[in-house]
Design a binder for this molecule. Structure first.
Ligand code: HEM
Length: 426
């Protein structure tokens, strides 16, 4: 509350009920939207967090040109601290791009078969998207034929990546599982360290080769978890949002490239990017110091009415002539811009292209609200494909009443450590 009073228009509200910490915990999106509508594109929320959602402010924070923030990114921020040095982070990004590109090129025919099966069955989402991407990329992550490692990653997806999976387990089962994961990943990393030098064969080896042999194995394991979260998690959810939007909105002839961008605009998977000030300064006219967090909220940025006409509608055609606004940062900005953004977009576009060829997605919703944690995941729905229907459903979707138990607006709950620890940290 003390922090909220630092907001520029806090206190002037007569009819505005200030969301409490509990509101942000239970209904993070609607609480943020309410503050945005009332107070504009920067405001304080409980926990000394300054939310920013104006494009120039968001870019300034993320580009960190004057070193006003600790050098950090969601991807390399782990439960055990920030993975570094920066040169190793850059080397990992480069190695990921090469290995993923090679893998995607080599495995395109298998993907087409998987999509053919997807089209002929009914599938339950968003989990189906996470599994589809996992199965397609697992050999890039740990190489082919590594049954033990694949089994371990599959367990991690089941208990840590799928939407709501973390919240379904008790804290002590999560603790035991986390220890099991740490031990098993350490063994896998030691195995990679014993391999003769040479170009990396998989992403895990790419991580190992980017750092000195003195870096502890459990820290490298955390980076592999980030990678799994980004691939099976973030790409899977992006795909889920695309099908969800196409199956529930009136959309006819949109190109896959527009669909994926518009889905990421309305529902950015990385919907909060937090930065810790390294020294006192002012951002958007607000004084912040090193006890605060400045949080770029891509969810609000992407729905900013000054930058997006009909901001809350799914309108893929707005992308027909290129990026229509600078208020679009689904992959971050500046030095920590996502290392796999281009490949990710290409992969999702490819999947949409193949699965929609002559078919239309039919969605039955089982939930109305997004599933919100460190990632913004779609509501649960069933997907099938209809061969006969040439044009889309015109059924508009109600956003519905709040009802999903959200794990809260903990910015500290970053991608890698959110895997098992979101709730424990609160
Ligand atoms: C839809 C999928 C994805 C989304 C939405 C996404 C989003 C992001 C965002 C927002 C950042 C910046 C984080 C920050 O500044 O705090 C980031 C960084 C990063 N992402 Fe992704 N990502 C995705 C997929 C992937 C995949 C598949 C990989 C690799 C397998 C990957 C690797 C990375 C790396 C290495 C960084 C850190 C770059 C650096 O600090 O130099 N991402 N991603």
């Amino acid at each position: 509350m003390e922090q909220q009073q630092r907001g520029r228009s806090a206190g002037s509200a007569v009819d505005f009920q200030e969301p409490t910490a509990a509101d942000f915990h239970r209904r993070p999106l609607s609480s943020l939207e309410a503050c945005f509508a009332r107070r504009g594109d920067h405001f304080w929320i409980p926990g000394r967090q300054l939310i920013v959602a104006a494009p120039e402010t968001c870019r300034a924070v993320l580009s960190n040109r004057d070193g006003l923030y600790e050098d950090d990114s969601d991807f390399f921020h782990t439960r055990l601290g920030t993975f570094g040095p920066r040169a190793s982070q850059v080397a990992i990004g480069r190695s990921f791009r090469l290995l993923l590109q090679r893998h995607l090129d080599a495995h395109r025919p298998e993907l087409e078969q998987v999509l053919w099966r997807l089209r002929s069955d009914t599938s339950r989402w968003p989990d189906a998207g996470n599994w589809l991407i996992f199965e397609h990329l697992v050999a890039a992550l740990v190489g082919s034929g590594k049954e033990d490692e694949e089994r371990l990653l599959r367990q991690i997806v089941r208990h840590g990546v799928l939407a709501g999976a973390v919240q379904r387990r008790s804290w002590w089962r999560r603790l035991l599982f986390r220890r099991h994961v740490a031990r098993s990943l350490s063994r896998a990393i030691q195995g990679r360290r014993r391999r003769p030098a040479g170009p990396p064969e998989d992403l895990l080896q790419g991580i190992v080769q980017a750092v000195s042999s003195k870096v502890p194995s459990d820290l490298l394991g955390e980076v592999l978890l980030s990678t799994l979260f980004a691939s099976a998690g973030s790409i899977g959810f992006t795909l889920g949002w695309c099908f969800y939007a196409l199956g529930t909105r009136a959309t006819t002839d949109a190109a896959p490239a527009w669909v994926v961008r518009e889905a990421l605009r309305l529902w950015p998977i990385a919907w909060l990017l937090g930065r810790r000030p390294s020294r006192s300064h002012a951002v958007a006219g607000e004084a912040v110091d090193d006890d605060d967090q400045v949080v770029v909220c891509t969810y609000l940025l992407h729905r900013h009415p000054d930058h997006w006409p009909e901001a809350t509608r799914f309108l893929p055609h707005r992308w027909a002539t290129g990026q229509p606004s600078a208020a679009f940062l689904p992959f971050g900005w500046g030095a920590h811009f996502c290392a796999a953004a281009g490949l990710t977009l290409e992969l999702v576009e490819d999947i949409l292209q193949h699965s929609l060829d002559g078919h239309w997605p039919v969605v039955t919703q089982h939930q109305l609200e997004p599933q919100v944690s460190a990632a913004l995941a779609p509501p649960r729905f069933t997907l099938s494909f209809d061969r006969r229907r040439a044009i889309a459903l015109s059924r508009p979707v109600s956003e519905g009443p709040p009802g999903v138990a959200h794990p809260g607006l903990a910015v500290a709950c970053r991608s890698a450590d959110s895997l098992l620890t979101c709730q424990e940290r609160r």
